[in-house]
Every structure is written in C-alpha cells, then in structure tokens.
Design a protein around this ligand. Sequence first.
Ligand code: CA
Length: 376
Amino acid sequence: MNRRKFLTTATITSAAIAFEGCNESNRQAIDYSKHPKKSDATKHININRNKKTVIKLATSWPAHFPIMGTGVEKFAQRVKDVSGGSLEIKIYPKNVLVPALAVFDACSSGQIDAFHSGPYYWKGKNSAFSLFSGVPFGFTAEEINSWMLFGDGLSLWREQYAKYNLHPFLGGNTNIQMGGWFRKPINSLKDMQGLKMRIPGLGGEVFSKMGVNPILLPAGEIYTSLERGVIDATEWVGPALDIKMGFYKVAPYYYSGWHEPGSILELTFNKQSWGKLAFEHQSIIEVCASEMNANMTSEFHHDNIYALEKLKGLGVTLGHFPEDVNDAGKKALKIVMNELSEKNSDFAKVAQSIESYLKLSKAWSDVSLGHFLNER
Ligand code: CA
C-alpha cells in the first residue's frame, strides 16, 4: 500500500470509528432532548416571583472552608443572582443542622433537600460509591469529568443513588492529590511495612495490602497524632489545604502520589425536592453546578501552585515513592478491585465501566498530555 492510499484509508477508518463512538456516547449531564421546545417553553416558566423557593443544603465542611466550603457558597450566590432572587439555597455547614457525615442519610430521608460532600464517604452503604470519587492510578480530573458527562459515569451514579432516593450532580474536583506527609523518608517498600498512616477510601485499602496500617482520624486530630508519633504519615489533599494543617512542621517529607488522582465532589438532591422544583429553577441549578464543578477544579490548581512555592521555603523535602512502592500499589489495586467486585455486583458493574473507559482514555492521554508534560 502506498503512503497516500494508507493515509486515506486510515483517515476514513478513524472517522468511522469516531462517528460510531459518537453514536454510542451517552451524554448524560444535561439531557436537552427532555427540555421543552421553544414554542412551548413559556409554559414551563411557572415561577411565582413573589414567592421565594428555599432549599436547605447541608455540607460536610466547616463554614467558609477553603475551596470546598467557599465554592458551594459561591454556587448558592450564583443561583440566587441568576434566578433573580426567586431561588435561595440556604447552606448549613457541618454539624449546624446535621453532622458532617450524616448528610447522606438526612437528604435521603428528606430532612434536608440537598448536600455537598464526597461520594467516597458513603462506601459503608455501598462499596460502589467510592468509585464515583475516583480510583487509585485511575482518572485525572479531566478524565473523570469526561467519563461522568459523556460516558456512563453519571447515569451509573444516578442509578445507584436512586435506590437511596437521591439525585447527584458533579460538585467540584480536588484535582490531583499529593501522596502524603511522612516523618521519615521512604526509600523502599520495606519502609512502608507497619507504617501507621491516616489514609481513607480505596487508597487506604490499597495501602493496607502493601503492608501499611491505615488509620482513620477526624481532621482535628491528625496534626497532634503526627506530632506525637501516634501516626507516622498522613495524606490530606494538596498544598493549598495541607499548608493550613501545618503538617510540614512535624512530617517534612512530602511525596507525590497516585491514590487520589482527581477526586469528585458531589452536589446531591433528595429526589422529591428536586422533582418539586420549577423547570426553570432546575435549569439554573444545572448551569450553576456545572460552573461550580469547573471553578473548583481550577481553584485547587491555582491555590496549589502558590502554596507549593511557600512550602518549598518552609524546609519541606519534596519527593515521590520509589518504584517498588508504585509497583506494589498497582498489584494491590488489582487485588482490592477484584475482591470488592466479587463481593458486590454494583461495584463490579461500575468498576467494569471505569476499566474499559480508562483503557481508551489512557491511550489518548499518554500520547497527548503525558508526552507533552514530559517534554515541557
Ligand atoms: Ca485525600
């Protein structure tokens, strides 16, 4: 085959595959086909502007907590502004109306209309929920958004949450997280054996299979436990939030990681509360939630770059895990995913979708962004 002919064939084949892929893609974020046609759109403008609709939203964060807390506050303000004041989202920070980790149940039962939190907190209800936050060595923030919005992610998430009378939306992303703070350097897998580390979620289960002793601690107890040597290491989020916790003073080895490469945050509604909203209000929430999701991801990136500069001036030793730790992590992940898939068919179904999407996504990300970042 001459080169010209080969290129033509390759182009046509790629176009055919792309077209086929396009047909198969399942655009879930906002289903415009269900929206009213222009001619009868006015029928759906059914808001009584003299009567304000108020939504009770509880969060898992303290009031004004950087990025996650302030992000949801900005979202509420935008909803109020865009709706001309006809829709108000009243925010209840953690423990004001319900405890931080009781928001899921409170929303499911209708005590509150909505909550802002993270799906991995609910893995005790169904291990599949942890997958909607992300997977170690899995999707980046951009990739998980693609899977959620244009792949099967959001429809699978909504199918699972519907069993709990809940209707979720993307509500932000922490962007890639750091591997954690260590009191002593990690030079090989041997140094991880028996290490007491605060690390929750799927990451914690993977670390456990690698010989680490994962410990769960409330945020307020992590610093003191690290200082006193009750724990040897902790992960948190990334420079922007970690610097405020002061971990650098007692555990100066700060390692890049792979356990939370792009963790999703959620804005979730009680199904009846969502269904009762006027169509116009639902649309306003969809648009403002989409803005919150994009802005929070960028805000984490922005604040991380400045916080990292500061940390460098505070005696922090930046590093990354040695290869034997990374290899052991990949092996441990396979075991954890297989075990959880065998125990829970919901987990298996979501994990299968992630695995097949990630395979394709990785092929593209590696030749594009991966290559570029290496060269840059
Ligand atoms: Ca974390």
